[in-house]
Structure formats: C-alpha cells, structure tokens
Design a protein around this ligand. Sequence first.
Ligand code: GDP
Ligand code: MG
Length: 436
Amino acid sequence: NLGENLTNTMKKLAGMAVIDKKTIKEVVKDIQRALIQSDVNIQLVLKLSKTIEDRALNEKPPKGITPREHVITIVYEEMVNLLGEKSHELNIDDKPFKIMFLGLQGSGKTTTIGKLARFLQKKGYSPAIVSTDTWRPAAYEQLRQLTEELNISLYGDPNNKDALDLAEKGLKKFKNQKIIIFDTAGRHKDEADLLEEMENLSSIIDPNEAILVIDGTIGQQAHDQANAFAKTTDIGSIIVTKLDGSAKGGGALSAVAEVGAPIKFIGTGERLDDFEVFDPERFISRLLGMGDIKTLIEKAEEVIDEDVAAETMNAMLSGKFTIKDMKNQFDMMGKMGPVQQVMNMVPGIGAKIPKEARKMTEGKIDKYKIIMSSMSIYEMENPKVIKKSRITRIARGAGVRNEEVKELLKYFNSTKKAMKGIGKRGGGGGINRLVS
Ligand code: GDP
Ligand code: MG
C-alpha cells in the first residue's frame, strides 16, 4: 500500500539526525517504489526521483532547517511543482462559455456535470446542459433527473442518435445562456469511433474549456486515457473523481504530466456536494502519506486548546480511547470540519476510518453530542459499564430512543478498534511524536 510505504519512508527520514549520500539514495529508492506502486507513471517517477536526488545531494539546507526537513521539503516541492502550486478556477470570460466534458464511460462525467453545475450555481451562474451521449441507454434520463433537482435547463432527445446534431441544436437553443455544459458519451462501437466523435464534437462545440474526467481509482490506465483524449481536443483542465475511497489518485499525476493541464476539481463521493476545488498541496500530502499535519496543527491551534487536541490524539492513537475522548474529538470536529477531513490529515489514518465514521453527518454528530452530554463522566471514562438501565436513562435524558444510544456505543467501539490498529502500526507516540 502506497500510503503506508511512503509514511514509513518519511518516518525513517524523520528519525535521522544526519543524512548522507547513501541515505538520500535509499530514500529516493523508497519514494520511487512507493510512487510506482501508487500507479504513477514510471517515466514520471524516474524524472521526479532524479530531480529529488540531485537537489538533495547538491543543495545546502537553508539556515534553521535540518537536513531531514530539507529532503522532505524537496520531495514535497517537486511533487507540488508537477501539479502547480495553487488551485485553479474556471475563468468564465466568454458568453456563452462552453464547457465540454470528456472521459470514458463510468469515469463520472455526468455526475460531475451535476456537481459542477451546483458549484457554478452557488457562484450565481445558471448553467444549461446539453446531452450528447447517445450510447448509454439512460444517459438522458440521468441528466433529466439531475437538472430537475438543480432546477436548470437541459437539452437532449433520447430518440436522436446523432451526437453532432444534438450538439448543434443544443448550441442554438442555449446561445443566449452564460454557460453551456456538454455531456458526451464514454463508449462507442470501438475506441477509435469514440475518439473520432469527440474530435467532431469538439469542432462543433468549439469549447472554451474541455474538461477531462479521470477516475481516480484506475491507476496506470490514466496515462493512456489522457493521451488518447488529448489528441481529440485541447484539454483545459482535469477533474479526478472517486477520491473518497482509499484511492489516492496516483494515476492522475500521470494524466496531468501527459496532458499538461491542471487538475481543477476533485470528486469525493456520489452526492452533488461531494466536490472540491483541487488543492495540490493537500493532494500531495495524502499521496505521500505525510498527512496534512501542519495544516491540522495550525487549524487546531486557531480554534481549540492545543493540549486537549494532543491529549485526544494521543488517546486515539494509543488505544486508550474513551467516550470522553470521542466527545473532545467531536467538539474539535465541529470547529475543524467533518471527521473524514480531520482524519485524513493524520498520516496513515485516512484509509482506516471505519465505515460508520465516513457516513457521519453533521446532524448525527449533533445528536451524538446530545447523547454524550447525558452521560456521566464516569460512564464516559468507562464505557463498558453502559448497559441496559444506563442506556435507558441516557436515552431518556437525551430525548432519543434506546437504539440511538446503542448506535453511538457501536460507533464508539468501531472507532476505538480502528484507532488501536493505527496505534499498533507505529503511531503510538501520538501527535507530538508525529510532528517533532
Ligand atoms: P459517466 O459514464 O462518465 O457519465 O459516469 P457517471 O457520472 O454515470 O458515474 C459512474 C458512476 O460513478 C456512478 O455510479 C457515480 O455515482 C459514480 N461516481 C461518480 N463520481 C464519483 C465520486 O466522486 N465518488 C464516488 N464514490 N462515485 C462516483
Ligand atoms: Mg454519462
């Protein structure tokens, strides 16, 4: 597993006071191996590792920076360089601003169009959508439901099998709109036909922004896919989908290198709101398994008592995790964002979040908080004593059903179990050790 490997590499580095040539070479090898395992294209890995090695060997660490910090910084910088250092936005500078989506069937085009439309709506735009996918049986219906939910205009005709004709008619119909988004097919008789259709569509639509959608879980294929689509039109940006699971999107790096277009957004789930502006630094931190520790600490310092944070993290990682710690965790979360986001900032933890935790919603967190506030400190510190009669009392105090208290206990137990696993794998020193 990539994350674990790189985390180990980075930990190895972090434990070293002096770094010599041999060590640098070893570390670079480790990084190579990890990147290749994470589906980053081999040529790209070789190029990256050469640069990293050269810099690490030749550059003197700046004053106040230890050699190990220097190597880590170089690795990090080179990866960020590849992806661009800041997030990009769509520059809507034309009317109509025509956006064309491209990508293989199943990559997430149609879903992402819905997400982007929602995103644009929040910025005050009202994009119109044109459906040109004549291959997927329910393509039109999928968009019809999406656009109905979003309350935006759609042009399509499930009986028309001519994608180019659909594009032309859609263009005409929406010529006075500010933004038009074109959905396309991801499948055809064969690949050559699909690519030809994209090329023809692109010349009809003449997109201001052609967006390539890459499934974040596909690995090495991303390189070839990107390459093929880039021949049909001038790709302006990439959206990587399905980064909500354990996939870290290593393949997307290769797509970026291949196409030379920035990743602008990522998809992090099936719902319309599971959509984020791409943050290169964050992506790299996750990819390297380094964790977004710095951000986590900064954020934590801003809003909560540092000691409580450290104490809770320590408890989490050492396995001595009680409901009281969970309550602290929830209180922090309220200020720092959803559980998954917070957890992703800690190295090695992201992928290990129990299923229940992924599904935690704000509403549930609030409810759990109310339930916990009905527990005594003794109960929170000794969750094992919470049995039948206590459950009934707590439920009554919180104004919830017994089942809901049991559900919280179940959630607590699975979280505790997951934390224990992480602690055993070497994070036992807690947050202080991880950052020092
Ligand atoms: P298309 O064929 O490229 O138009 O792909 P669709 O938009 O129909 O999506 C294919 C499948 O991927 C659907 O089941 C989507 O719900 C799912 N999907 C799309 N984006 C994401 C994402 O970011 N995360 C997850 N987990 N699923 C996604
Ligand atoms: Mg589709």
